[in-house]
Ligand binder design. Sequence first.
Ligand code: ADP
Ligand code: MG
Length: 326
Amino acid sequence: PQLANQIAAGEVVERPASVVKELLENSLDAGATKIEVDIEKGGHKRIRIKDNGSGIVKSELQLALSRHATSKITTLDDLEHILSLGFRGEALASISSVSRLTLTSRTQSQGEAWQAYCEGREMAVNIQPAAHPVGTTIDVADLFYNTPARRKFLRTEKTEFQHIEEVIKRIALSYPKVSFVLKHNDKVVKRFIADKAGSLATRIGAVVGQKFVQNAVHISTEYEGLHIDAWLGNEAMLRSSNDCQFSFVNGRGMRDKLIMHAIRQAYESVWGVVEQPSFVVYLTVNPKDVDVNVHPAKHEVRFQQGRLVHDFICKTVSDALHAMTD
Ligand code: ADP
Ligand code: MG
């Protein structure tokens, strides 16, 4: 089974940032409202994620680390109505097959925490008592230590850390009610603290910048079951940065071509050919009208009525931009 896990790891775990993404999604699925991410050496050395979610009971620690063990799908019907982020039950098994993984967790109903350690090929999991508040910490050390070919593909500490930052920004933008703290080599690098209302504007300000939220135009429009909530950078922000293009479909970060195209077209209708519009766009559609599992890793979706979605976004955004220039 370890070989199967390592092969699966090739799909799930491409680099430290993909480990961070999987672990964050698990924490969010567990209902965490506070998540700390501790990175050492761009994640080459250590990725540690601590959450205050529901935790894992002692009797399920070992199961959580085994392949196709997911607590999130119990019937086939669930498969068609996936609300939780993870559902394949592969992430922890895959990650633990290519690292030294320690899982520490405590549930509300347990007086103490328990810790499972699992190293590379040895699937034997050793479980011991530990100290930990309600919630879970997953510590992934020495990623790819036993798969040198994969390790060779890791880029510099700086590059890998930038990828991790991108993942955290995107997730933080979709969960304004959750607080995130990111540390690199023991220094706090990002602190995204939720305000009382869990407002998007506060979160966008923290992630993208106060200047952006203050100067962007905010729209919130609905049409035939489609809802768009967007912060659109103005002309002055067009060339200022190329790292502020965030789009979300039903709360999931996407880099969908159709959405990007619609927004670009809207900007071009106002300002001619533009290089980098800045925007944060949240699209809500009926889950029935969108297939989010086309390409979970590539952040693409398939809309039932692509044309309609495209034209809705394009029209709404260009109207707002035109109004801004009037
Ligand atoms: P999946 O998320 O697809 O179910 P994973 O391999 O990512 O599979 O996780 C396996 C299981 O471990 C999850 O279904 C969940 O029950 C448990 N788990 C993992 N991380 C956490 C966490 N941070 N808090 C609570 N439970 C967790
Ligand atoms: Mg998962």
